[in-house]
Ligand binder design. Structure first.
Ligand SMILES: Nc1ncnc2c1ncn2[C@@H]1O[C@H](COP(=O)(O)OP(=O)(O)O)[C@@H](O)[C@H]1O
Ligand SMILES: [Mg+2]
Length: 330
């Protein structure tokens, strides 16, 4: 967000402590992202010190909006390490994300006209195609702090307890501008389907879904799922936008391999092997490229050779058939 806009917000939040802290957090985050580490650290120190004042101090700032201790077990703040230059996206998805960003930035105007702002996103597609990465990049590009909910822990700690912990997370996401990310959302969807499951568990999952329904996040709620068509329609319809992360087709494979060989010397054209990589996920193709590049480093060669690449593909193919066998066993 532009600095002027943040300053305006900071002044406008005078007297509303939580909002003030949220804006201050965002200023710090932006400084961190601009690599002004010293300034960011000193700002954070000032902000944190002010929250340790005794409760009776006049005009005390509200505690930082951070996850309540009870939620620490199943929610983690993640510092994005990658940005838009680290991800390869289809043109269609780039368009969707740009649209979401513009909408978010004009959110207040849109809401003032009584219209909803899209804020609940479902990322779908096979493993290794960038769902988790994209959540990280999206948060970074939006300048929003990223909070990852560990669903398995959430479900197990939630069992037998009150809804209070979950309520706190959603309460938080309503106030704090952030990206709240439910990775491996299937865990939730699956428990809902599984009729053999404990009744209690199904009740928990259903109540989580109700929370998701009611939430109007001050940022984004993102869920990622490896399931596709088989995902329960009752879950689908809770999201404002469903975004597909497919395995790369031939042109995308070529773009991705080129990207991975950007600063690498090779004595052959890796793009000629794109055909052999059809059907592979980005994560698998990345592994092939890394493995080939490493071979050259290990053997103290300047250039990656065609044989390095071929061998890396063969290794990946072997690995794939191994995982296929494993999934048959389990
Ligand atoms: N679209 C992509 N662009 C760039 N790198 C990717 C992409 N998809 C996957 N990767 C690489 O593979 C890794 C694993 O992908 P991930 O985002 O965890 O996949 P998913 O969440 O869909 O299973 C990423 O950290 C990244 O290094
Ligand atoms: Mg993932």
């Amino acid at each position: 967000m532009a600095r002027g806009e943040l300053m305006k917000r900071l002044l406008a939040s005078y007297g509303r402590d939580e909002e003030f802290r949220a804006v201050a957090e965002q200023i710090i985050l932006e400084e961190e992202q601009k690599n002004n580490k010293v300034l960011a650290r000193s700002l954070r120190k000032t902000l944190d010190n002010s929250s340790h004042r005794p409760a009776t101090a006049p005009k005390m700032l509200a505690p930082l909006i951070h996850f309540p201790d009870a939620a620490d077990d199943f929610v983690e703040r993640v510092e994005p390490e990658r940005n838009k230059h680290d991800i390869v996206l289809s043109e269609a998805n780039v368009r969707v994300f740009l649209g979401l960003m513009r909408e978010f930035r004009r959110g207040e105007d849109i809401r003032r006209r009584g219209l909803p702002v899209r804020s609940k996103l479902l990322f779908c597609g096979p493993p290794g195609c960038g769902k988790t990465l994209c959540a990280e990049v999206f948060a970074a590009e939006m300048g929003l702090p990223l909070f990852v909910v560990k669903i398995d822990r959430l479900i197990s700690s939630y069992l037998g307890e009150t809804a209070a912990n979950v309520r706190k997370i959603f309460e938080f996401a309503r106030k704090q501008p952030c990206a709240l990310f439910f990775d491996e959302f299937d865990a939730l969807a699956r428990s809902r389907d599984d009729t053999s499951e404990h009744n209690e568990l199904r009740r928990v999952v259903n109540s989580l879904l109700i929370f998701i329904d009611r939430l109007r996040p001050n940022g984004f709620l993102i869920a990622a799922s490896n399931l596709d068509q088989s995902l329960d329609p009752a879950i689908w319809r809770r999201f404002d936008e469903v975004i597909w992360f497919d395995k790369p087709d031939r042109p995308m494979i070529e773009r991705f391999v080129k990207f991975k060989f950007k600063n690498v010397e090779a004595s052959f054209d890796p793009l000629e092997h794109a055909k052999a990589l059809e059907g592979y996920s980005y994560a698998e193709i990345e592994r092939v490229c890394i493995s080939a590049i490493k071979s050259a480093i290990i053997e103290r060669r300047k250039q990656v050779r065609e044989n390095d690449f071929k061998r890396a593909i063969a290794d990946e193919t072997r690995r794939r058939s191994g995982t296929a066998r494993l999934s048959k066993i389990s």
